[in-house]
Design a protein around this ligand. Structure first.
Ligand code: FES
Ligand SMILES: [Fe+2]
Length: 348
């Protein structure tokens, strides 16, 4: 059974990564070539030339067109063939499949569903990535697992106590129960920790040297963006919106755009944004190092889970109390998949 939601926008790479050289991407099992035209527009075509099926990602960009590297057929951004070397007539029926593409919040988003349904209003809400007052550090991590396992992982931070002791983990995360809230087709997983020891990561980012009060509020933004709203203040202190003066806390978002590559592979295109020390490039570099280690620590667990799921396809997972948000979010995802499948079938 598929876990893909086709009628949706997926971030395929960061804006700065998209250059005029076409790049191969696999999105929901479909191979596409993404590129930037001379005038700077983002574009995507099927990574298969209609002529002899050479990958378009081996071609090049010429002005506003992409040119196949094998025999030189040229296609514009709408997929229409503009020229065929050695041939005067270019039949108007010669086309390559294109994908709607939008550049927003420093990301390149591709739509994998019916092109006529590609509504930009459906691009996930991730304004922190380029909003004033927030400083981002970004990266991409690949996991050999189904994308929903990574959603579970990011929603349930209990594992940080055990997996990420050297960076973001502390004892209090696993021992503090979560609560869940609902609203707007989302499940919010909330954990508040008072008078707790800061993690090594929080000590570095927030400069804390004593106990802190910290919070986590996590949700899945449809179809596959996990937002972790997290932060901390010195124990007993006020959060930014309530502090009259002397705010010394940190407010952060870990925004993970999950790109389901295929059923057993997912890319996490992530950003850590903070509200403090906007000009500290050394801090940027420490954050990047620390989070690269952190996400790398998850990779073996997730790949192992995937392997076990394939080995025991009929076994059911056990749900503990801390999994409440994961279970409820999985129900939401199931509904989104069903409705997406129904939409696709109705269109056939
Ligand atoms: S395979 Fe692309 S032009 Fe021949
Ligand atoms: Fe993790």
């Amino acid at each position: 059974m598929t876990t893909f939601i086709h009628n949706a926008w997926y971030a395929v790479c960061w804006s700065h990564e998209l250059v005029d050289k076409p790049q191969a991407k696999r999105v929901l099992g479909e191979d596409i070539a993404v590129y930037r035209t001379k005038s700077g527009l983002a574009a995507a075509v099927e990574d298969c030339c209609p002529h002899r099926f050479a990958p378009m990602s081996l071609g090049h960009v010429d002005g506003e067109s992409i040119v196949c590297g094998y025999h030189g057929m040229e296609f514009d951004r709408a997929g229409c063939c503009k020229s065929i070397p050695g041939q005067k007539n270019v039949p108007s029926r010669v086309k390559i499949k294109t994908y709607p593409v939008v550049e927003k919040h420093n990301l390149i988003w591709a739509w994998t569903g019916a092109p006529e349904r590609a509504d930009q209003a459906l691009i996930p809400e991730v304004h922190w990535l380029d909003a004033p007052g927030w400083t981002p550090v970004t990266g991409t991590t690949r996991y050999e697992c189904n994308w929903i396992l990574l959603v579970d992982n990011l929603l349930d931070l209990t594992h940080t106590t055990f997996v990420h002791q050297s960076t973001i983990g502390t004892e209090d995360v696993a021992s503090t129960p979560i609560t869940t809230e609902f609203g707007n087709d989302r499940v919010y997983v909330v954990r508040d920790m008072k008078n707790t020891v800061p993690s090594n990561f929080y000590k570095r980012v927030g400069g804390f040297d004593g106990m802190i009060d910290r919070w986590q509020r996590i949700w899945l933004e449809p179809p596959s963006v996990v937002v972790i709203d997290a932060g901390g203040v010195p124990a007993g202190g006020s959060r930014k919106e309530e502090a009259s003066d002397g705010y010394t806390g940190i407010d952060t978002r870990v925004v993970s755009m999950l790109l389901p590559v295929d059923e057993g592979t997912v890319d996490q295109i992530w950003a850590f944004v903070r509200d403090t020390q906007p000009d500290d490039r050394e801090l940027d570099s420490d954050i990047k190092k620390s989070l690269t280690v952190t996400f790398g620590e998850d990779a073996d667990f997730l790949a192992g889970q995937q392997a076990n799921m394939e080995r025991f396809p009929n076994k059911q997972m056990l749900n503990n109390t801390a999994d409440a948000g994961v279970v409820q979010t999985r129900r939401l995802i199931e509904r989104w998949i069903e409705s997406d499948t129904a939409t696709a079938e109705a269109a056939e």
